[in-house]
Design a protein around this ligand. Sequence first.
Ligand SMILES: Nc1ncnc2c1ncn2[C@@H]1O[C@H](COP(=O)(O)OP(=O)(O)OP(=O)(O)O)[C@@H](O)[C@H]1O
Ligand SMILES: [Mg+2]
Length: 510
Amino acid sequence: MAETPDGAQERPVLALDRIVKEFPGVRALDGVELELHPGEVTALIGENGAGKSTVVKILTGIYQPDGGQILIDGQPTAFPTAQAAADAGVTAIHQETVLFDELSVAENIFIGHAPRTRFGMIDRAGMKRRAGEILASIGAEIDPGVRLRDLGIASRHLVAIARALSIDARVVIMDEPTAALSQKEIEELYELVDTLKAQGKAILFISHKFDEIFRIADRYTVFRDGQFVGAGLMRDTDEGALVQMMVGRSVDQIFPKRESLLGVELLKVVGYSHPTEFEDINFTLRRGEILGFYGLVGAGRSEFMQSLIGITKPSKGVVRLEDRIKIIRSPADAIDAGIVYVPEDRGRQGAILDLPIFQNVTLPSLGQTSKHGFTQLAEEFALARKYTQRLDLRAASLDTHVGSLSGGNQQKVVIAKWLATRPKVIILDEPTKGIDIGSKAAVHDFMSELAAEGLSVIMVSSEIPEIMGMADRVIVMREGRIAAELEGDALTPETLVRHAAGIGLKEDAA
Ligand SMILES: Nc1ncnc2c1ncn2[C@@H]1O[C@H](COP(=O)(O)OP(=O)(O)OP(=O)(O)O)[C@@H](O)[C@H]1O
Ligand SMILES: [Mg+2]
């Protein structure tokens, strides 16, 4: 039994005792321990593939453990189904909760478990009242009677959360909940976590972002390669100690930008405009350069990048590559020209989950490995091995289906696939989101190495240390326009933020 932050001895609501989970060829969990306490946030920390999401699936009745026990209030129990976990008061807030546009807010919250009257009919009045109470408890001012389709994105997110809470949870699980949220939504989520804590719920919070772990967690538990490494109170530890536990070594060189000699101008974008998303974008990119694009979420960076590969159509503007005008009407045109884009949302736009790793990696570059129309399997493997090793991909073998990889390792497959096409220009949108701190170093190291070989990189990133550490030059976008181009001494965390937000610039100049 552990000490609480204020020193008392308290029994965990939920505990895992020596849990084992095996998949063919992988021991995903090898006797792990975890304790969740009422009114506290426990951060679960570990590298990509450490076993975090597998624990979530065991706690929500999706997977059955092969050994060990789940204890609720100290009593051994089992969650043979998702319903059993919900009945025990364990719920997970998923990003991709399915909601229905044509149903009301209250119906969305209670679909599948609506309160019923004595006669077995759905108790509509009771449902609406209860929905209102749950929404109010998380500070959401949403009328439970309105149709979902009339709500904006932020309100929909709150409805999804209210749905998770409608089962009267004692344990709330969040697996990388802020990965797809804007800064404002992230702040709202932190407030919600504080509210849930105050209601006495035990929260399990999974994240790769140390700043947020330190912001909201009371305790931590660290896994490495499916094993329990340690647990404790956040106030007794620091980032260095946690990283050391996660990776088993210290990571000192996180952003290893090499000095590269910049080559000749490779890409020139002139006057790129779009009716609603961006306007008058002009810049050049040299061979071997890493050009950063910084901005707040919604600044138009991803929309602009998508126009460079023919997904969105610009209304005006020209792209010159190696001093020739390129007309890019589709992603296929872009690949032919040597421009590839690795999207931020790699889950949906990236990998084919039913195919093995090696085929995912080699799919867009089959030309390189096929002779006389026949694909050379050995060469395909060699190509896939080269890129996945450099990105520190952790998988049993290259035959493993991508669907069975951890989230972070799936992302590495998508990055490898585009790098393997040997493009001239690669656009990486938030390249290390969802990637653990050790692998991040591997991804950055590889980026620098490729730039040194002459590849030009456009890196869209919202992480200041990443931008500062990796980019030779940075373009800041605000509201669809270029707000500043920064390099050398002018490139500081402060100038980045000021230009991105458009604050305090005139005073500085005066
Ligand atoms: N359905 C499955 N079939 C086979 N192997 C699996 C399956 N689900 C998970 N694994 C394996 O179990 C291990 C743990 O994966 P898990 O998804 O729990 O990692 P994670 O800690 O959540 O990582 P990330 O930070 O990348 O999301 C990995 O080696 C993964 O490949
Ligand atoms: Mg995961």
